[in-house]
Design a binder for this molecule. Structure first.
Ligand SMILES: C[S@@+](CC[C@H](N)C(=O)[O-])C[C@H]1O[C@@H](n2cnc3c(N)ncnc32)[C@H](O)[C@@H]1O
Length: 270
């Protein structure tokens, strides 16, 4: 079967906004190369100490090293498939280490816990899945409740890149050839997206297509990203009881500037 999605168009975010996270194998496969942030968060979390809350913990990419360092970590995610893969990785750490991990299936807009955390992390653009003012407010109020006074909240979101946002939605971008983890055949990975400048939401399509039509199904996985501008985010944080202590343009601690790909926020609960 061949799919013919030529032009990216907006879609229903409630229905398809998290489609990409329904297959944790594909997620881990597509992002196996992404390691930039791990040493940064590991050092930061290690120097502060637990208990640690990771919001949108996914397949445990960041949680696993923190657990290896002896920290007590609670991971929250909406996708049961992502959590199941995290559970498997954590089980391989052995009983004693795994006992320091708690995994909870929960919407990040509904964070409520019996005890509080020293540090909360929401890494790798997870907050870009908060699409409306209400979503953001519910989330930030939950993080605030979850932290001890003076607790640390750290996260990263993409720094808006106008060159990328304005790409032609009718073209395919980022073509990569890869061996499909389920079918074992050669596939092409491509993407395209549509940016709604009014709502600041980018609608992303990720296509997986076999090089030879006979070698497996073609399919598309979608997700939405809310684009946050640094001053807007700072205002949102301040109005929800956080002080921004540092805003970096990368995990090397560099200043945020026009060409920074990531905005890294280090905040204190007040
Ligand atoms: C880009 S992944 C990041 C995963 C992990 N932190 C990492 O760095 O590999 C975003 C994660 O956020 C989760 N997510 C998306 N919307 C969510 C929501 N409303 N509540 C909780 N988790 C959500 C997804 O299931 C996914 O695992």
């Amino acid at each position: 079967m061949t799919i013919h999605f030529h032009e990216a168009v907006p879609f229903d975010l409630d229905e398809a906004g998290s489609e990409y996270y329904q297959d944790a194998w594909i997620y881990d496969h597509d992002f196996h190369w992404y390691k930039l942030d791990a040493p940064f968060y590991r050092n930061m979390v290690g120097s502060i100490g637990g208990p640690v809350l990771e919001i949108g913990c996914g397949t445990g990419r960041l949680m696993v090293p923190w657990l290896k360092d002896g920290l007590n970590v609670t991971g929250v995610d909406l996708s049961e498939d992502m959590l199941e893969r995290a559970r498997q990785k954590i089980a391989r750490l052995g009983k004693a280490t795994a006992a320091n991990a708690t995994l909870i299936q929960k919407d990040m807009r509904k964070l409520r816990f019996r005890s509080q955390f020293n540090v909360a992390v929401c890494a790798f653009n997870t907050m870009m899945h908060l699409y409306t003012h209400e979503d953001i407010s519910l989330f930030l109020r939950g993080v605030h409740r979850a932290l001890v006074t003076d607790g640390t909240f750290m996260f990263d979101v993409l720094n808006p890149d106008f060159r990328w946002l304005m790409r032609d939605p009718a073209k395919r971008w980022s073509r990569i050839r890869f061996k499909h983890p389920h079918y074992g055949t050669t596939y092409h990975y491509t993407t395209n997206h549509y940016y709604d400048a009014h709502d600041q939401i980018v609608y992303v399509y990720v296509y997986h297509e076999p090089v030879d039509e006979k070698d497996g199904p073609s399919y598309v996985l979608r997700f939405g990203h809310r684009i946050f501008f640094p001053q807007e985010m700072t205002y949102l944080l301040e109005t929800h009881g956080f002080e921004v202590e540092n805003l970096f343009g990368g995990f090397d601690g560099s200043d945020l500037e026009l060409y920074s790909t990531t905005s890294v926020f280090i905040c204190r609960k007040r």
